[in-house]
Design a protein around this ligand. Structure first.
Ligand SMILES: C[S@@+](CC[C@H](N)C(=O)[O-])C[C@H]1O[C@@H](n2cnc3c(N)ncnc32)[C@H](O)[C@@H]1O
Ligand SMILES: CC(C)=CCC/C(C)=C/COP(=O)(O)OP(=O)(O)O
Ligand SMILES: [Mg+2]
Length: 292
């Protein structure tokens, strides 16, 4: 696949979007500055663009009458988002400090930093957004880990990583922006045999029939295209990625959404997630697969 090249200054050339849709997504994430993401990231400097899992810790949250309640609520939502990334990392298999991992659709880089902190390995993040890549690289410099954690503006369907060079890779809520067959083919190409691929994603449930009105609302809100569970499993099977774990995280993410819906940081999409998880039309899923 060839990409248009956009000169920025005398020394850097960054690839442009592969198509007009990717240009829209790059613009979307370059402009994104929602308080629900920045204020949660400010809690400890790990900036996520994904959702949370786990039970609410009511003891540390306290009650709405507490003058510190809103601050505690933000800390609690952030704790649940980091817990989600920990569960993703749990499924990457044995990783050593010599390994390189790929964070496909890395956002502001929170999961990349956590992976390096856990394994001591290198992490290469790719995002369509230059704002996000610059943000992630600045955070890595501030943390003194820029020799190991690096983000670049790059289409995850067409990466510069050598065939078979990557020990593990993931998509944390970023696979709904791309064709799944193209995506799995690219992970399969750069992963070494025996390597691991993990995705955490929202997907529509074939048992429901077709995407519900709530799923359509989520697509419109984020300009994404949510795939079905069946499409994930088929695209993996067609690309030498054999699932070794399929974990339904739907029940585990509902407390996060119900808590978030009561906060001052609501964005208006909370009802669609809560209702679609409850009516069974939408699922929050982790799929881990071995590259065979
Ligand atoms: C919802 S955010 C998830 C960010 C991150 N994975 C996290 O957990 O915080 C979606 C990300 O996917 C990226 N993305 C979407 N399509 C992409 C593509 N074709 N190539 C690279 N990144 C892409 C966006 O730039 C954005 O960073
Ligand atoms: C599970 C699905 C379907 C996810 C769609 C991708 C997405 C936008 C994730 C969260 O990003 P964010 O953290 O920037 O969103 P928000 O501002 O709502 O917290
Ligand atoms: Mg968020």
């Amino acid at each position: 696949m060839t990409t248009e090249l956009t000169p920025t200054d005398a020394s850097t050339i960054i690839p442009g979007p592969a198509n007009p849709y990717q240009g829209d997504i790059a613009r979307y994430w370059n402009a994104e500055a929602r308080p629900v993401n920045l204020r949660l990231g400010d809690v400890d400097g790990l900036y996520h663009h994904h959702y949370g899992i786990g039970e609410i810790d009511h003891a540390s949250l306290g009650t709405p009458e507490d003058s510190e309640y809103e601050k505690k609520l933000i800390t609690e939502l952030h704790r649940l988002e980091s817990a989600q990334a920990e569960v993703l990392l749990d499924h990457l298999g044995p990783i050593t400090a010599e390994d390189t991992l790929v964070d496909a659709g890395c956002g502001r880089g929170g999961s990349s930093v956590m992976a390096h902190q856990r394994f001591g390995c290198k992490v290469e993040g790719v995002t369509l957004s230059s704002t996000q890549a610059e943000f992630g690289n600045k955070r890595a410099r501030e943390l003194g880990i820029d020799s190991h954690v690096h983000a670049q503006v790059c289409n995850m369907l067409d990466t510069p990583f050598e065939k078979g060079s990557i020990a593990a890779s993931w998509n944390n809520e970023s696979s709904m922006y791309v064709d799944l067959d193209d995506l799995m083919a690219e992970h399969s190409r750069f992963l070494r045999v025996g390597g691991r691929y993990v995705t955490i994603t929202g997907c529509w449930n074939p048992k429901y029939g077709q995407p519900s009105k709530w799923v359509s609302q989520i697509n419109a809100h984020f300009e994404c295209n949510i795939h079905s569970r069946r499409e994930y499993l088929r695209a993996m099977a067609d690309n030498r990625l054999v699932p070794n774990a399929v974990v339904d995280l739907t029940a585990a993410t509902l407390p996060y959404w119900e808590l978030r819906a009561t906060s001052s940081l609501v964005t208006g999409i909370e009802e669609a997630f809560i209702e679609s998880y409850k009516d069974g039309s939408f699922q929050y899923l982790l799929i881990a697969a071995d590259r065979v």
